[in-house]
Design a protein around this ligand. Structure first.
Ligand code: G6P
Length: 371
């Protein structure tokens, strides 16, 4: 009923609006009185965590994309090699797992069979497994060595939204915790990143407050047959997630690409008026930002309609953007918590305009309990 949906037309739209609170709840109470990050639920000894020489993140669907974001943060903060793998591919290829491998599974439901089988396989090989999960007492955390719960609250919409955002937040917490335990980041640095993380819910709210522009854009693009999404670094998994949302609920062909890979193939797809979303990294010292700006010019020169997600105050992209979606400023690694939101709103609105059930898309289940 409308009441259950808090006055929204879909649970999905309600859940998109709950994201500032969901992320805040996931971050809550993780810092102790000495300003040390304490993940009480992660009951693997610090000594054991110091011996880890490889991290493997395993997940399905949207949770896999949260894992791709996590890889950038975890490797940057901990200097431990981190791989991310689709759960259904993992165990059947004889992966290299030892007692010094830390396997991190990410699952909103905690019941996804592919992910559960990966947990069992990893533990049989002697790896320690940490589950990042939203559902208390579900099978995956019960069968893991440790669990880090996201606090998104129940997610009803089949296409994950607040589940994803809280998974990303939990991955940052885990990365910082491992960095603290292993001594690759010190108290002050961790406190600075935690403060930025704690500022994200208010920024997510700002993105939501500006969503009318995205709703209008969905109305303009309602007849699209294909939509492309480009990003680099953590913007690449955001691009993949933006495309997945359109496939799942708007039944629209969409692809996400690493912007730097464009010239090696996907640019052949670009034709007059093709909508191309581009996630622009924050302006900074590295060349990432400028390279993405060049990519925007390249697709636009070939007729693409560019929809550019970019931080406030970045004027360099303006000449090449048909539509500018402004994001509050954030550091590169944390930007996915902002850039994902307009893409969710866009998909939800497009599905609505096309007359589809955004909460119960055809052929999909909220939790897939068969391999
Ligand atoms: C299903 C859902 C997806 C979800 C995936 C993983 O396929 O339709 O939205 O991302 O499962 O679910 P999990 O509960 O493991 O995060």
């Amino acid at each position: 009923s409308a009441a259950e949906k808090g006055g929204f037309d879909w649970f999905m739209r309600k859940e998109i609006h709950e994201q500032p609170q969901a992320v805040a709840d996931t971050l809550l109470g993780r810092f102790d009185a000495d300003r040390r990050l304490t993940l009480d639920e992660v009951r693997i000894s610090e000594a054991e965590l110091r011996t880890i020489d490889k991290i493997v993140i395993v997940a399905c669907g949207t949770a896999f994309y949260a894992g791709l974001v996590a890889k950038y943060a975890i490797e940057h903060w901990t200097r431990v090699p981190c791989e991310v793998e689709i759960a259904s591919e993992f165990r059947y290829r004889d992966p290299i797992i030892t007692g010094r491998t830390l396997v991190v599974t990410i699952s909103q439901s905690g019941e996804t069979a592919d992910t559960l089988m990966a947990v069992r396989h990893a533990r049989e090989q002697g790896a320690k497994v940490i589950a990042i999960c939203n559902t208390n007492g579900s099978t995956i955390p019960r069968e893991s060595d440790a669990v880090l719960y996201t606090h998104a609250g129940p997610e009803i919409g089949v296409a994950s939204t607040k589940g994803f955002m809280t998974q990303v937040a939990a991955c940052y917490l885990l990365g910082l915790y491992l960095a603290q335990v292993r001594g690759t980041k010190y108290g002050d640095e961790i406190a600075t990143i935690m403060r930025e993380l704690e500022s994200m819910p208010a920024k997510i709210q700002k993105v939501l407050d500006a969503q009318q522009q995205v709703l209008d854009l969905a109305a303009e693009l309602v007849d699209s047959k294909t939509v492309l999404f480009l990003g680099r670094h953590v913007g690449y998994p955001v691009a993949l997630e933006g495309a997945l949302k359109l496939k799942e609920i708007a039944y629209l062909h969409a692809e996400g690409f690493p912007a730097g890979e464009l010239k090696h193939g996907p640019i052949a797809l670009v034709e007059q008026d093709l909508p191309v979303f581009v996630i622009v990294p924050p302006q900074g010292r590295d060349q990432l930002h400028d390279k993405v700006v060049s990519n925007i010019q390249e697709v636009r020169a070939r007729g693409a309609r560019t929809i550019v997600l970019v931080e406030e105050g970045d004027h360099e992209v303006e000449p090449y953007a048909d539509v500018l979606i402004r994001l509050p400023q954030a550091s590169t690694l944390l930007q996915p918590l902002l850039a994902t939101v307009p893409l969710q709103v866009f998909a939800c609105e497009l599905a609505t305009l096309l007359g589809h059930d955004a909460d119960q898309p055809r052929n999909l289940a909220k939790s897939v309990t068969v391999e």
